[in-house]
Design a protein around this ligand. Structure first.
Ligand SMILES: NC(=O)c1ccc[n+]([C@@H]2O[C@H](COP(=O)([O-])OP(=O)(O)OC[C@H]3O[C@@H](n4cnc5c(N)ncnc54)[C@H](O)[C@@H]3O)[C@@H](O)[C@H]2O)c1
Ligand SMILES: O=c1ccn([C@@H]2O[C@H](COP(=O)(O)OP(=O)(O)O[C@H]3O[C@H](CO)[C@@H](O)[C@H](O)[C@H]3O)[C@@H](O)[C@H]2O)c(=O)[nH]1
Length: 455
């Protein structure tokens, strides 16, 4: 099938590459000439395991092309996926300017029936706005061409995007009940048929319910994390191990084990913005989503917990003190620094007067870029970008771990102890066992794990 993907970011590139892998003829459009040039020269703008091979294979097979040519992109696909960004507006609502610009481009150039699929995360009612924007352009051209706007939110996780796309838990598709909507449903049924071979994974619904499902999923996951983080902070005070509690409750199938890890708070491009956007939608209807408001507040506080533990241990005035920081990306297997808890931690340490040496297996370049925005020159001068995890440790009072990269899970503790000024570890992702760390001679501060050393 001929497919166009508008927006070649995380979602657009993964969707385009994976649909090409299934044999479709995919045209990826972006307004960012640099990104398109990079892709056309064989580069990949993001770090995503396995993506480079899928892109290379399908480019070579002629099934995947990248371009900034809007007219050609509209001409190419009967199905046009919109996968552009929907960043938070000043008031927290989703900024739809890129989605609507994409819709207008389709309306300006289409010459026959199109199925427009909103893959971006968009608030309830967006499909109507996309349809209206497209219709306005058609009217301006005096055209009465048929089209349908469907919703097909994306549930992939960064760092596992290709795997998630190729083996989805579920596919959610919302189509309307007009004849055009029926046509859209048939095309999308065909397109997604390979994913439904062993069992039906597609949940068919109306457009608005589909749009809402995406927010409900992210809000539920963010709620679980904030819930556990809040309990972990209490666990720290009452001498309880939150990891034991996680196992204890997770084995109840009604609760399940996933997304119950206490830590340094959730980050990324999705949970923070989507929780906010859902709250914003509710406020437009005079509803206050109390739970989600608390989820957000708890998370903002949680991002400061690691820094607070450091201050509690080493004092408010950290000047002259040096710390080693492992992990900068908002989670492992990505170089994404959006809303990363490490940014809050670094600001806290530097505000206190400390200097830091930081290391991340893949996010160093991206970290340099965002820290130049976050920090002033004086603060930036106190950050050293190290070459390896071990290279961060010299003269450090303590090691602070923010991201649970696999490479950090089995370090040489003797070497760490020898390099650090004091054998102190603050573990924002609960990578290690407090008893094992105590035996190894470390003062260990996890999140909600103060059974041995009460914080
Ligand atoms: N990143 C994720 O893990 C993820 C997962 C599921 C859903 N989503 C949602 O998917 C959407 C896209 O997110 P992303 O992370 O891929 O964003 P991104 O910022 O990585 O990519 C968006 C791309 O769209 C391009 N663009 C903007 N306007 C355009 C236009 N008019 N025409 C063509 N290209 C245009 C930008 O240049 C950029 O390359 C968002 O709504 C997001 O919430 C993201
Ligand atoms: O038990 C957990 C699980 C995750 N996190 C944190 O939560 C954040 C988000 O993690 P994750 O959900 O794995 O990453 P994303 O790539 O942001 O993916 C989420 O957001 C995407 C965009 O909407 C959705 O498509 C995915 O389904 C949804 O998981 C990260 O900071 C994690 O460290 C925790 O603190 N504890």
């Amino acid at each position: 099938m001929k497919i166009t993907i508008i927006g070649t970011g995380y979602v657009g590139l993964v969707t385009g590459a994976c649909l090409a892998e299934l044999g479709n003829d995919v045209f990826c459009l972006d307004v960012d000439q640099k990104k398109i040039d990079l892709l056309n020269s064989g580069g990949i703008p993001i770090h995503e395991p396995g993506l480079d091979e899928v892109v290379a294979r399908n480019r070579a097979a002629g099934r995947l092309q990248f371009s900034t040519d809007v007219a050609a992109s509209v001409a190419h696909g009967e199905v046009q996926f919109i996968a552009v960004g929907t960043p938070p507006d000043e008031d927290g609502s989703a900024d739809l300017q890129y989605v609507l610009a994409a819709a207008r481009n389709i309306g300006k150039h289409m010459t026959g029936f199109k199925v427009v699929v909103d893959k971006s995360t968009v608030p309830v009612g967006t499909a109507d706005r996309v349809g209206a924007a497209l219709r306005t352009e058609l009217d301006a051209r005096g055209e009465r061409l048929a089209f349908s706007v469907a919703s097909n939110p994306e549930f992939l996780k960064e760092g596992a995007a290709v795997e998630d796309f190729m083996r989805p838990d579920r596919i959610v598709i919302g189509c309307d009940s007009t004849p055009e909507g029926d046509r859209a449903r048939e095309l999308l049924r065909k397109l997604y048929a390979p994913f439904n071979r062993n069992r039906e994974r597609t949940h068919w619904m109306d457009v608005r319910s589909s749009e809402f499902t995406k927010y409900a999923a992210n809000a539920m996951l963010a709620t679980r994390i904030s819930f556990m983080n809040e309990l972990a902070n209490l666990a720290d005070q009452v001498g309880v191990d939150i990891e034991a509690v996680r196992h204890g409750i997770g084995s109840d199938p009604r609760i399940g084990h996933s997304f119950l890890y206490a830590g340094a708070g959730y980050g990324g491009s999705c949970f923070p913005k989507d929780v906010q956007a859902l709250e914003r939608t509710a406020r437009q209807y005079d509803q206050d989503l109390l739970i989600l408001r608390a989820v957000e507040q708890v998370n903002d506080k949680q991002k400061q917990v690691l820094g607070r533990k450091v201050v509690k241990r080493f004092g408010e005035d950290l000047s002259g003190k040096h710390f080693a920081v492992w992990g900068l990306a908002f989670k492992p297997n990505t170089d994404d620094m959006r809303e990363a808890p490490a940014r809050v931690l670094l600001k806290q340490l530097l505000d206190g007067g400390a200097s830091v040496a930081v290391y991340d297996p893949v996010a160093m370049t991206e970290a340099k870029r965002v820290l130049e925005l976050d920090l002033n020159a004086g603060e930036l001068a106190r950050v050293r970008f190290a070459d390896s995890p071990m290279d961060t440790l010299t003269d450090a009072e303590a090691l602070v771990i923010v991201t649970e990269w696999k490479a950090f899970r089995s370090p040489d503790f003797d070497k760490i102890k020898a390099a650090l000024k004091q054998a102190v570890i603050f573990d924002g992702r609960n990578l290690f066992e407090p008893e094992v760390m105590a035996e190894a001679g470390f003062e260990y501060h996890g999140i909600g794990r103060s059974i041995l050393t009460r914080d």
